[in-house]
Design a protein around this ligand. Structure first.
Ligand code: C2E
Ligand code: MG
Ligand code: MG
Ligand code: MG
Length: 268
């Protein structure tokens, strides 16, 4: 009896692994055709300057509408795309779509700057980044209208290729933001080695900021550090007026989150 239960359990477990695995390969294959099938689109989420509540920037956020599964979270499909290498093509599509949307973004949101999430892998196959810069020149748009959001990991032990690209971006006036700050590594040395314009405080720290004294202390410390280093702070995941008021009091310059605005498609 016990033996049979054991075996059943094992089979169940095994089937579940198989299930997860085949779902992933399926997604991986379908993602490759998502571009041609027009299943991808971008939404834009406003980022407000806390000094005057103007929408100074928007963050471009990728959306995939799967015909059978519906909306799939980018947390899921970006990971898949990084594993199968398709992130390079996705990244290229994002650059192109943002340039197509550029005039309308500025009209609809009044924003002067567009923040683009860049996977570390895009720095090892940088042709689309170079194409994007060439396109800007062709269109007569200056790099100062863009900010690349990267994660801490990229700057820990950067290759000479990564450093070359960062220098090119800087020369173009393209700004640099550290996304999800505080969730990755504890090293801070990179903050002084590179010209970093913004640090985005991860929403996991903002969540409890009005109740949890430890989250409060962490946010305060990150904001103090940024201000000392002349790096501006963007709080992500701000969901209430109280959170925003507290962040402003602490010296945070920008607010992004559902309290003020959710990611939205262009209406035009
Ligand atoms: P992220 O760059 O940290 O983006 C912020 C995420 O927080 C977005 O999730 C946004 O919708 C969500 N968010 C904004 N305000 C609030 C709030 O008040 N409360 C809560 N709970 N969430 C809020 P989203 O759109 O699901 O994107 C998830 C992640 O996927 C992004 O995190 C980013 O790492 C990645 N991603 C999205 N688009 C792209 C892209 O074009 N390229 C790359 N490489 N990654 C992308
Ligand atoms: Mg981001
Ligand atoms: Mg983030
Ligand atoms: Mg995040």
């Amino acid at each position: 009896q016990a033996k049979r239960t054991g075996k059943n359990k094992f089979m169940l477990f095994d089937e579940r692994i198989h299930d997860v695995f085949s779902k992933k390969t399926q997604l991986s294959n379908e993602l490759r055709s998502a571009i041609e099938k027009h299943q991808l689109r971008l939404q834009y989420q406003p980022i407000f300057n806390l000094s005057d509540l103007s929408c100074e920037k928007v963050e471009a956020l990728l959306r995939w509408h799967h015909p059978a599964l519906g909306q799939i979270s980018p947390e899921t499909f970006i990971k898949v795309a990084e594993e199968n290498g398709f992130i390079i093509d996705l990244g290229e599509w994002v650059f192109e779509q943002i340039l197509r949307d550029f005039a309308e973004i500025r009209q609809q949101f009044g924003a002067v700057e567009i923040c683009i999430n860049i996977s570390p892998l895009q720095f090892s196959q940088p042709a689309p980044i170079h194409q994007f810069i060439a396109q800007l020149a062709t269109l007569g748009i200056t790099g100062t209208h863009f900010c690349f959001e990267i994660t801490e990991g990229l700057l820990l032990e950067p290759s000479s290729q990564v450093i070359d690209i960062l220098n090119i971006l800087h020369a173009q006036g393209i700004k640099l933001a550290i996304d999800d700050f505080g969730t990755g590594y504890s090293s801070l040395a990179y903050l002084n080695k590179f010209k970093i314009d913004y640090v985005k405080i991860d929403k996991s720290f903002i969540n409890g900021i009005t109740e949890n004294l430890n989250d409060q202390a962490l946010c305060k410390t990150i904001i103090f550090m940024g201000n000392q280093l002349h790096i501006k702070l963007i709080a992500e995941g701000v969901e209430t007026q109280d959170q925003e008021t507290l962040l402003k009091e602490m010296g945070c310059q920008y607010s992004q989150g559902f309290y003020r605005a959710r990611p939205a498609s262009l209406t035009g």
